[in-house]
Design a protein around this ligand. Structure first.
Ligand code: FAD
Length: 338
């Protein structure tokens, strides 16, 4: 299973910086394949703060995480990248001066160069250990992120967790959902105090039901369509809450995972690069964005954008050996019709 493709540049990570790298490579006529562990592009912007405004993207006095990703996708689109989503890059190895990448979905990508834009590593939700979970995940009944609040209009929603995401989404979804139940193991929430206080007030007004101290125990339904969530106390007493959706917010973890085994020079879980080219200790493997480190590195999207441009220019001679690269402005070159 999986696809077998050849490309100029394999981009590992579809966060904002990986997406902009597709554009920068495209401007230099280099084709990209982009792989991400998440099902959606956008990295931290999509997974952690799609509706939060960002204030330090040049020329955007403010732009929400999801909107920034939409625009980066549109900017990269004329260069028709191949996105391979929902799979983790497991292996990177050199093959006759090129690079071969293997993913968890069985894909094999052969590339002349690699841009590692992997943030803090592959994203994955912390999943509750519930029987039959996979079927309800596949149908969208159980979700770990809310892409659109409207998806939950009129639905009965159970939210599990005690952090900011659980509290913020409970407050937000109660405006559209038929019913919101919050399941937490203890009365104290690890959320911003003012949000936790607002949740208490909403509960007191009966707008949100609090199931405390409970934890998730089981799922009810036909294996795909959810009808209820079974909760249990620490003593093992159970009760069932009718539900169409379960949103467990037990945090996302990003783990460097396999990246640590590829022979890259690491400095405290970041990949050390030459700041002039973003090249790592492996020739033809460049690291940009949050994962890259060098003296003066700022973990900001705007710095990642500039690293994408530097990496693309540094990679060009590998993809087009012997061909002179004349520096050109985008204004004189233009982009292909998308
Ligand atoms: P990421 O966005 O982390 O994306 C990396 C992607 O690589 C992930 O999707 C991951 O799944 C994937 N990946 C990693 N390893 C693998 C693998 N082995 N196989 C497949 N896929 C893999 N920055 C700002 O500049 N301004 C702000 O105002 C700002 N606000 C923020 C607010 C919050 C709440 C947070 C959490 C961050 C904020 N940041 C902000 C930081 C900003 O989001 C990051 O700097 C940015 O997302 C880094 O982009 P990236 O593309 O390098 O990596």
């Amino acid at each position: 299973s999986g696809v077998s493709v050849e490309t100029d540049v394999a981009v590992i990570g579809a966060g904002p910086v990986g997406l902009f790298a597709v554009f920068e490579c495209g401007m230099l006529r280099m084709r990209c394949v982009v792989v991400d562990a998440l099902d959606a592009i956008g990295g931290q912007c999509s997974a952690l703060y799609p509706e939060k405004p960002i204030f330090d993207i040049p020329a955007h006095p403010q732009i929400e995480g999801a909107a920034l990703i939409e625009r980066l996708e549109a900017q990269a689109a004329p260069f028709t990248p191949l996105y391979l989503l929902g799979r983790r890059v497991e292996r990177l190895r050199e093959l006759d001066g090129e690079w071969e990448i293997a993913t968890s979905a069985g894909d094999h990508i052969r590339a002349k160069a690699v841009i590692l834009a992997a943030g803090a590593g592959a994203f994955g939700p912390n999943r509750p250990p519930l029987e039959g979970l996979a079927g309800y995940e596949a149908s969208g009944a159980v979700r770990y992120l809310v892409a659109r609040r409207e998806d939950f209009r009129g639905a009965r929603v159970v939210i599990a967790g005690g952090g900011d995401s659980a509290v913020d989404w409970a407050l937000s979804l109660k405006e559209v959902a038929a019913k919101v139940t919050v399941v937490h193991r203890r009365p104290k929430f690890r959320a911003a105090p003012e949000s936790a206080a607002r949740l208490d007030q909403a509960a007191a007004r009966g707008e949100v039901e609090m199931a405390i101290p409970y934890q998730l125990h089981g799922l009810e339904g036909d294996g795909s369509r959810l009808t209820g969530v079974v909760l249990s106390t620490m003593k093992g007493e159970t009760r069932s809450v009718p539900a169409d959706h379960l949103l467990p917010f037990y945090g996302l973890s990003m783990e460097l995972g396999p990246i640590a085994d590829w022979g890259l020079g690491l400095e405290r879980s970041h990949v050390a690069v030459n700041p002039a080219t973003c090249e790592t200790n492996l020739p033809g493997v460049h690291a940009i964005g949050d994962i890259a480190t060098y003296p003066g590195k700022l973990k900001l999207i705007l710095q990642g954008f500039s690293e994408a441009a530097m990496a693309a220019h540094a990679i060009h001679p590998r993809v087009f050996p012997g061909e002179a690269l004349h520096f050109e402005y985008s204004t004189s070159k233009g982009v292909p019709a998308g």
